[in-house]
Design a protein around this ligand. Sequence first.
Ligand code: DAH
Length: 351
Amino acid sequence: MPGLLDEIEPLKQAAVAELKAAPDLAALEQTKGAWIGANGKFTALMKRLGTLSKEEKPIAGKAVNAAKVELEAALVSRREELELKAALPKEPTDFTLPGRRRVLGKLHPLTQVTEDIVRSFRKIGFVVADGPEIEDEYHCFDALNTPADHPARDTQDTFYLNVLGASRSESGSIGETPTARSQLLRTHTSSVQIRVMEKQPPPIRIIVPGRVYRRDNADATHNPTFQQVEGLYVDKGVTAADLKGTVEFVFRELMGEDVKIRFRPHYFSYTEPSFEIDFTSALVKKMGKDWLEIAGCGMVHPKVFENVGYDPEVWTGWAFGFGIERIAMIRYGITDIRLFYENDLRFLRQF
Ligand code: DAH
């Protein structure tokens, strides 16, 4: 039966051509069945091998097997091609398009301003100190030479956590005094001056950014919670000129080179003499003002040094305190302090 051997090659070529032409995976599977499925044309050819003579069978068998291997290779390669084609995007890709960016968060404007303030003071050797927001009367007032009848100590002005005398905590290991230790939310960061001086000897060069609390009703310029920065410098021979130079340096860094500083005499119980700092710049002029009051400061009162065990005959120093919100409001031209706390993204995204 010479016919079979001659049929193998044309049949294989037809099968390979058809497999290669299959337009998609489904069509390919169909074509595969039509050739090597149970009733496929190539399968039929193989079935006929049994009808051959003993001599013909090995030769034809070898040829059929070789053809089948080729056929299956053609099937696999076409399948890979079609799978790849199916995985490709339907639309052509424009690799020149800009990528999709993830939206990055930002720091709150008050945090940004605080970090700028800290950065400026670090340049001139100040380090950041920290203290508790839940404070006792001693550190907040008494140690700062603030008399019992001072308005800041009134319950109208301060958030007391327990009433004077009702609880006498013995827990404060530093600065132990006979004063009643009523607890409160600190009204200013000045309390940290005391905590730091109690813990370490001079020289001291610290700034203290932090949250403070007062019984104020919220309006455009007040909020019961706000942030301050305290500064304290203690060494031998410290003068008010150092204070003025330092404040000038930092405010120029923060608000621009055209900033001018002015000291006005004032009263704070923990400094003597005391001053209020006014500043002006093109920005202030634009707001229609000549000067803006920005901070309180002065030379550390000898009583304060005595309270922390420093000899006031040996040590001198100055301190200041100012509100961070106020700096941020002037810097960015913000007219309502409450905007800082509302977390409205339309506001926050601008910084
Ligand atoms: N503690 C004051 C306040 O909250 C600010 C202040 C004034 C701080 C004078 C000082 C200072 O260190 O010397 O208004």
